[in-house]
Design a protein around this ligand. Structure first.
Ligand SMILES: Nc1ncnc2c1ncn2[C@@H]1O[C@H](COP(=O)(O)OP(=O)(O)O)[C@@H](O)[C@H]1O
Ligand SMILES: [Mg+2]
Length: 251
């Protein structure tokens, strides 16, 4: 447990009597980058949301950074402050400028003085080549730019774990590349990441491990290259053929 940053044990969860996660086990070491793939509806988003208790687990246990997220006494604000969450649809505050989107959480959650928060926010924007957008509003940016800002906003909080849910899938193909480049950069920095994505490039080149989910369970996991090229189960093979086809159709 000590070197595991995240540990999910026998997790079951769902909605209104519909069981979606049927006993998921998953571990993630410090510094590890894990990609989750799986068919639509297999429970990937539900899994990520359970980790920060945006969805209430039915049973099973989740540990993050030495603390039981599913524990009765847990401080959910603390758990959420430790994680950065990037959703498929950019979830920026639309009525705030880009710099404010980054600096306000620092002021509110980390209780940082405004000048310090703004300095850090600007440095983070600079690190991702986004400084020219600092005073713009999210809707003045392209989808790709907004998603890059969302990633920068998650990182400025210095989370122990970054959770990303299909960060490129709502984007047009020509905008995906710039977000992928940003994700590669984050991965290079050694941040612990749990990312749901069907970007094969990223899985092969940046991930330490690939986890394949189907129908609420982990069906296969392992080295990304091996899993993608020599999947063991039929389910994995069928799924991979399907995503390889859809990747070709947008390339
Ligand atoms: N808020 C919700 N209320 C009811 N059902 C939901 C809700 N969110 C997801 N589901 C259902 O749970 C199942 C798994 O969804 P999800 O975790 O989003 O899968 P994935 O991210 O792998 O596509 C799907 O059948 C979906 O329709
Ligand atoms: Mg999803």
């Amino acid at each position: 447990m000590n070197n595991l940053l995240l540990k999910v044990e026998g997790l079951k969860a769902g909605y209104d009597g519909l069981e979606v996660l049927r006993g998921v086990d998953l571990g993630l070491s410090r510094g590890e980058k894990v990609v989750v793939m799986g068919p639509s509806g297999s429970g990937k988003s539900t899994l990520l949301k359970c980790i920060v208790r945006l969805v209430e687990p039915w049973s099973g246990r989740i540990f993050l950074d030495g603390e039981e997220v599913t524990g009765r006494e847990v401080d959910l604000r603390k758990v959420r402050a430790k994680t950065g969450f990037v959703f498929q649809q950019y979830n920026l505050f639309p009525h705030m400028t880009v710099i404010k989107n980054l600096s306000l959480p620092l002021e509110v959650v980390k209780r940082m003085p405004r000048s310090e928060a703004e300095r850090r926010a600007m440095n983070m924007l600079k690190a991702f080549g986004l400084e020219e957008f600092a005073d713009k509003y999210p809707l003045q940016l392209s989808g790709g730019q907004q998603q890059r800002v969302a990633i920068a906003r998650a990182l400025v909080m210095d989370p122990v774990l970054l959770l990303l849910d299909e960060p490129t899938s709502a984007l047009d193909p020509e905008l995906r590349r710039e977000v992928l480049d940003t994700l590669f950069e984050v991965a290079r920095q050694g941040r612990s990441m749990l990312i749901v994505t069907h970007e094969l490039d990223f899985a092969e080149a940046a991930a330490d491990r690939l986890v394949l989910m189907d129908d609420g369970l982990v069906v296969e996991e392992g080295d990304p290259w091996e899993l993608l090229h020599t999947p063991k189960s039929d389910r994995a093979r069928r799924f991979l053929v399907k995503i390889a086809r859809s990747a070709q159709s947008v390339a």
